[in-house]
Design a binder for this molecule. Structure first.
Ligand code: NAD
Length: 498
């Protein structure tokens, strides 16, 4: 299978007449972006794609003109109107103050599913994994990409990892729907829930819950570290993979590279209302202007876009011509290998070769078939849930302080009154009081856990009271986390060593 299906309720062919141009928003991006976007559009248009591109400016120039988000209000208007974004890679300027435009666009438009097919094209593109044909479905909005970071003390910086039930439900369901729609046999979930039992644990739990509804599909869960090792070593053992944002970001680059080149891999970002299509690689600034970049990732993203907007016949034509070009050994220098390739070409000549093969199909690689009638599935939405019974059972107070933990504990104990106790202090998650080990390295950042006594109650007024007392005692508290149970289940982790 070489197809790049991402079909999610595309417009029906009779709703979008084959020759009615579909407005799409196009950004030419930075670095190699303008070259590969011009090239890709040239191929799509030569194949007869009925698209009406609206160009927007995003990226480096917009950032440097003082817009820290890298995108203007007019660009948002175009995106919200067309709902289809064909985007070249952009450069995020180094240094603080600039938010990643890619993350902003994905999250603002609710593009929760990132679909990254990684396929090898052996023997025409050199790879150690000739049978590789997998799709990574990466959660695209959550995890550490919330971008909520704080410096809390002299020594300690924090990035908040947010995993939500609706987010897990939508992406896991998307993965199973995708597998079912496109005849894939297995869905593998990667998490690190042996360590992050609440956040990654939720992702895994919902994978198991949702998976029960797809009896015909094989399911498995891998701890990310050994799963990544297996993926790098034996990618043909995988079919569809689903994982939280950061793991998916890293592993899809690895998977694309071992399939042949990051330059070959496209991606679709799908949401309930909009979709964005891009290459997985970045703007490769050192290659810019040399006519040497491989336009394949962006071109194949264009193929995914054509399927999405209801032009599967054109998608098929472009994709088969591209496969034939690869099969004929006409390669850009990132995939050129003496003895495997026949001719090294630049970006423009590669596009010319694809255009010359429009209407042809590969002979050895399997030709793709995109389905006009649409065996597509609806974009999953999260189910309604009854709120849990939530009870407050304590508070973690984070304190900035240097000096011995026993002094801190003695000071904090003075603040305890009536219905709760100081139950433990941890440093970087490890319990250091009571009964800590002298070998444990400590920073200036302490998590001090106060827990309600058996039979007593804790409430927000007591939090205010506790913090007032800590302030009077001169304790430099820098953050608090409330400790709740939800339907009796603790909504917080234990300290390591507790
Ligand atoms: P990169 O993907 O741009 O480049 C990594 C390596 O892959 C380089 O050696 C490059 O030459 C090669 N490469 C990438 N695309 C290629 C292609 N089409 N043809 C041939 N070779 C190709 O990653 P980077 O160097 O880490 O990032 C450069 C810039 O891109 C940064 O500013 C980064 O923030 C940005 N970036 C943007 C996106 C995006 O817009 N979606 C994604 C990733 C990185």
């Amino acid at each position: 299978m070489n197809d790049l299906n991402t079909l999610v309720s595309p417009p029906k062919m009779d709703a979008v007449a084959a020759h009615t141009p579909v407005p799409i928003t196009v950004a030419h991006g930075d670095g190699i972006g303008p070259e590969i976007m011009r090239t890709s559009l040239r191929v799509l248009e030569a194949a007869g794609a009925a698209i009406a591109p609206e160009t927007i400016e995003i990226g480096e120039q917009v950032y440097l003109a003082g817009n820290s988000a890298g995108i203007s209000p007019e660009a948002w208007e175009s995106l919200r109107r067309t709902k289809v974004f064909y985007k070249a890679p952009i450069t995020t300027p180094q240094g603080g103050g600039y938010k990643s435009l890619n993350v902003t666009v994905r999250k603002s438009l609710g593009l929760f599913a990132n679909i990254r097919p990684c396929v090898s094209y052996a023997p025409f593109v050199a790879t150690k994994h000739p049978k590789m044909d997998l799709v990574i479905i990466r959660e695209n909005e959550e995890d550490l990409y919330a971008g909520i970071e704080h410096r809390q003390t002299d020594d300690v910086y924090q990035c908040l990892k947010l995993i939500t039930r609706p987010g897990c439900e939508k992406i896991n369901r998307y993965a199973f729907e995708y597998a079912r729609a496109f005849g894939r046999q297995k869905v593998s979930c990667f998490t690190k829930d042996n360590i992050m039992k609440l956040t990654d644990g939720l992702f895994h739990k919902i994978f198991d819950e949702v998976g029960k509804e797809y009896a015909e599909i094989e399911k498995e869960h891998w701890i990310i570290d050994i799963g990544a090792a297996k993926l790098a070593d034996t990618p043909e053992a995988f079919d569809v993979l689903v994982m939280p944002n950061l793991y998916g970001d890293v592993l899809s680059d690895v998977a694309a590279q071992i399939a042949g080149s990051v330059g070959l891999a496209p991606s679709a970002n799908i949401g309930e209302h909009c979709a964005m299509f891009e290459a997985i690689h970045g703007s490769a600034p050192r290659r810019a202007g040399h006519d040497s970049a491989n336009p394949s990732g962006l071109l194949l993203a264009g193929v995914m876009m054509l399927v999405h907007i209801g032009q599967p016949d054109i998608a098929e034509k472009v994709h088969n011509a591209w496969l034939k070009t690869i099969e004929d050994g006409i390669h850009t220098n990132d995939i050129y290998v003496e003895g495997v390739s026949r001719q090294m070409v630049g970006t423009q000549a590669f596009a010319d070769a694809v255009i010359a093969r429009l209407g042809q199909e590969p002979r050895q690689l399997s030709p793709v078939r995109y389905n006009a009638s649409g065996d597509a599935f609806a974009v999953p939405v999260a189910s309604e849930r009854k709120p849990a019974r939530k009870e407050m059972v304590g508070i973690d107070v984070f304190v900035h302080q240097t000096g011995p933990v026993d002094d801190l504990a003695a000071c904090l104990k003075k603040s305890v009154a009536g219905s709760y106790d100081l139950s433990m202090i941890t440093n970087r998650g490890v319990k250091v009081w009571p009964n800590g080990l002298p070998e444990t390295f400590c920073t200036d950042h302490w998590r001090c856990r106060f827990l309600v006594r058996e039979g007593a109650q804790f409430n927000k007024a007591m939090v205010v009271d506790l913090l007032r007392k800590l302030s009077q005692l001169g304790v430099d508290f820098i953050k608090t986390e409330h400790l709740y149970t939800f339907d009796g289940e603790p909504g917080f982790s234990l300290g390591q060593g507790q």
